[in-house]
Write a protein that binds this ligand. Structure first.
Ligand SMILES: Nc1ncnc2c1ncn2[C@@H]1O[C@H](COP(=O)(O)OP(=O)(O)OP(=O)(O)O)[C@@H](O)[C@H]1O
Length: 278
């Protein structure tokens, strides 16, 4: 992204950071910063020098065509993939300069909701949600119970606590995954296509839930989706990835009203424009 902002239509780094600063309002540090991150698989340059800060206490949606590197970006943020170059800073610490132990600690500040909820099929919903607390804390079962029941109530799953993941609907699995992602009180919550496989009404209900929980607890939420309605509904900020670059990042309204041809085409779902099937 450095040095070629004009040709690609990207905002220069300083402006991207300024956008995030405006959101922080009082100059507070940003929890997650991406600095010139590059990643290639073989000869395919998936991330081609990304630099931006995720806005704290806001919901940022990352949009972009299939295969453009959205999931790869999320995996860099949680430290599951190491960049070829550049830094992923979490709480001002470069996660790949940190030791494996420090990285594990940093990961505890993340809640992650993968596409299918990633629940353990052999455990009921309650035990799935309790899992991170049992694994990462020494809290007694009585306290774990209080936390888990609170989260299950929040996502409307108290009645399903004893059910196995295989016995509940896709929407319920996602809500259970969301409850589990929140159980350690994470500062950063990442959603990889939370709406995939859900009908429009359940997608809308899940979006309401994301907004409600975010309003209540705050935090840096990052959501990858293909669903423009979801982006319209939940986003404070929108980033658009294309061909390894962040072609837009800013307040949601700015993205939705963007005059840039690719951003316009993508956000309107128009078949005519710079984006083709390749
Ligand atoms: N571990 C890996 N090894 C090799 N290639 C990979 C790996 N992970 C991702 N890729 C490739 O990187 C590219 C970006 O993948 P990614 O899953 O991030 O896309 P995406 O934007 O999330 O797509 P979609 O919207 O379809 O989920 C794809 O071409 C994918 O095949």
């Amino acid at each position: 992204m450095h040095g070629n902002g004009e040709t690609s239509g990207e905002l220069p780094t300083a402006q991207l950071v300024a956008v995030a600063d405006r959101n922080a309002g009082n100059g507070t540090r940003h929890t997650v910063k991406i600095r010139d991150v590059r990643k290639a698989f073989g000869s395919f340059q998936v991330l081609d020098g990304l630099t931006f800060d995720f806005a704290d206490d806001a919901i940022t949606t990352i949009l972009g065509p299939s295969g453009t590197g959205k999931s790869v970006l999320l995996k860099h943020v949680v430290g599951l993939l190491e960049p070829d170059a550049g830094q992923v800073m979490v709480f001002d610490q470069d996660i790949w300069s940190a030791s494996e132990r420090e990285r594990q600690e940093l990961r505890k500040s993340f809640g992650v909701l993968f596409q299918d909820g990633a629940l353990f099929g052999s455990m009921n919903i309650y035990d799935n949600v309790a899992f991170p607390l049992r694994k990462h804390t020494r809290k007694p079962e009585s306290e774990i119970r209080e936390i888990v029941m609170g989260r299950l109530e929040e996502v409307g799953l108290l009645a399903a606590a004893k059910k196995a993941p295989g016995e509940v609907s896709g929407g319920m699995k996602k809500r259970a995954g969301f409850a589990r992602a929140l159980v350690m009180n994470p500062k950063v919550v990442l959603f990889d296509e939370p709406d995939s496989g859900l009908d429009p009404v359940r997608t809308s209900l899940l979006n309401d839930l994301i907004l409600k929980v975010h309003k209540e607890h705050g935090g840096t939420y990052v959501l990858v989706t293909h669903d423009i309605q979801t982006a319209r509904k939940v986003s404070d900020y929108i980033g658009v990835l294309w061909k390894g670059k962040l072609v837009h990042y800013g307040p949601a309204k700015e993205a939705l009203d963007s005059p840039k041809p690719f951003v316009r085409q993508f956000l309107s779902g128009n078949s005519v424009g710079p984006l083709g099937m390749d």
